[in-house]
Design a protein around this ligand. Structure first.
Ligand SMILES: NC(=O)C1=CN([C@@H]2O[C@H](COP(=O)(O)OP(=O)(O)OC[C@H]3O[C@@H](n4cnc5c(N)ncnc54)[C@H](O)[C@@H]3O)[C@@H](O)[C@H]2O)C=CC1
Ligand SMILES: O=C(O)CCC(=O)C(=O)O
Length: 447
């Protein structure tokens, strides 16, 4: 992207309220060839309330770098296989690019681009000193052997190492990429650049990972739910009913933490099936069941403590809070019309399409956006990075205490804006994120 030289300068101390006026002075910041990306549908209302001019909007939405890789590996049987992979570095004004690498057969550049932008606003809403990035590899890891998956991860590092690093771009866990993949990433990167634990987060605890990272996204979601119920004067988690879509890392930890706080999880779905029990599922038994091998377990819908259903059927099970914790775009407009809940708490990234979001609003369903409620993971990734840079380790209680504080503060700030501007929590969260990023751009200058 070529930036035009006609840029008028900005006074660093200016408060957010002056941003629109200042932005008007920033002429031709982005050439007509650059494009705006991300989901303008969601951002539009926040831009309108902030009164940001078009060219500032375009600058904020345009990713700094996008790469498309072809990863070639040898399979165990000697065949050669090629996998598409993407990394989008959206914005690094507030700190190094940060965001996970998801492994999903359907992942596309378009999706990664949108998710990278989301990370920029998420880290800003949480007030952690990172920018936003996201990556994806078009693969179903279940179809690869462990050795093939390791080769694929190492190849990914070999082909991205020049644009990654502890102060450049720091990957972390995402869909189907857990601690083992992060460990291979760390090992391969360190071969080229020397011992570099801070180059990737979400590593195993015995390999410079942080206590609490594995369950941090689920924990963050539960903290967001606690705050939501507090502000809505709805009491506590105990005896509230929940439906959870997705039972991987995030969904299963969220389920467990709600369950131990007395919440009743009445239905859960994963890709393969669903399970319903109006009295509440025994989550600890369900987790054991899913971990066991068939025929004794392995699948949600063979669990004896509930009624098996199709994954699509759980969305219409009545509950207080519906938690999408699966993948992006699972809640379409049609699905939103079926929901039987008072609240949706987004723990997946971008689970609601803009149409679905609108329908929830029309139906009086309050949505807590991913920008807050899926933030626990990247927050503890930040703690991991801080620990790695100093070569020290915090106790688990310390990590959890800091996460609690961070989520509580972020929720309070978004709630205050939502009340002040009489807008949705999503618009309020985008406003907070946009203001922080814009302020950082102004303070740093544009040259
Ligand atoms: N792992 C992390 O730390 C973070 C994850 N997230 C988001 O949380 C979501 C889940 O991530 P993970 O739990 O890490 O992934 P995962 O791969 O561990 O689990 C995904 C789960 O969703 C289920 N699923 C997929 N499609 C489904 C569908 N159409 N209907 C019902 N279930 C479906 C899968 O069967 C699996 O149970 C993703 O959107 C991810 O972007 C967000 C922040 C951090
Ligand atoms: O911990 C990380 O860096 C991954 C976080 C992430 O990708 C997300 O919050 O969506």
């Amino acid at each position: 992207m070529r930036l035009c030289s006609q840029i008028v300068i900005v006074v660093p101390e200016q408060a957010c309220s002056y941003l629109p006026q200042l932005a008007c002075l920033v002429t031709h910041l982005v050439t007509e060839h650059s494009q705006s990306h991300a989901r303008p549908g969601f951002l539009r209302k926040a831009f309108d309330l902030l009164d940001y001019p078009e060219r500032l909007q375009r600058m904020l939405l345009t990713p700094r770098r996008e790469i498309h890789l072809n990863l070639v590996i040898t399979l165990d049987d000697g065949e050669i296989a090629t996998f598409n992979a993407f990394r989008v570095q959206h914005d690094n004004t507030r700190g190094p690019y940060k965001g996970g690498f998801r492994m999903e057969p359907t992942v596309s550049m378009e999706e990664v681009r949108s998710l990278a932008s989301l990370m920029t606003w998420k880290t800003a809403v949480l007030d952690i000193p990172f920018g936003g990035a996201k990556g994806g590899v078009q693969v179903d890891p279940k179809r690869l052997s462990p050795r093939e998956l390791e080769r694929l991860t190492r190849k990914l590092v070999q082909q991205t190492k020049s644009m990654m690093g502890p102060f450049v771009d720091i990957p972390g866990p995402e869909i189907s990429s857990g601690t083992q993949i992060m460990a291979w990433f760390f090992d391969e990167y360190s071969k080229f650049k020397g011992f570099s634990p801070a180059a990737v987060t979400g590593k195993p605890v015995y390999l410079h990972g942080s206590y609490g990272r594995e369950y941090a996204t689920g924990r963050g979601a539960v903290l967001a739910i606690r705050e939501l119920l507090k502000y809505e004067h709805e009491g506590r988690i105990a005896n509230k009913e929940f439906v959870i879509q997705g039972f991987g890392n995030v969904g299963s930890w969220a389920a467990e933490m709600l369950y131990v706080r007395g919440g009743r999880i009445v239905a859960i779905a994963d890709k393969t099936g669903g399970i319903v029990n109006e009295m509440g599922l025994d989550i600890m038994a369900l987790k054991r069941h899913v971990k066991a091998r068939p025929p004794f377990g392995g699948h949600l819908n063979t669990f004896p403590g509930g009624k098996p259903v199709k994954p699509s059927e759980v969305v219409s099970v009545p509950c207080d809070i519906f938690i999408p914790a699966a993948t992006s775009g699972t809640i379409t407009a049609d699905v939103a019309r079926l929901l039987q809940c008072k609240y949706v708490v987004e723990v997946a990234n971008q689970p609601l399409t803009p149409d679905a979001d609108q329908i929830c609003g029309e139906r009086g369903i309050v949505v807590v956006p991913d920008l807050i409620s899926s933030g626990g993971g990247v927050a503890v990734s930040f703690f991991e990075w801080v620990q790695n840079l100093q070569n020290l380790r915090w106790e688990e209680e310390e990590v959890n205490r800091r996460l609690d504080r961070l989520m509580t503060d972020a929720f309070a700030a978004v709630w205050a804006l939502h009340e002040d501007k009489r807008c949705t929590l999503r618009t309020a969260a985008f406003m907070r994120g946009l203001e922080k990023v814009t302020q950082a751009h102004i303070n740093r200058g544009f040259d």
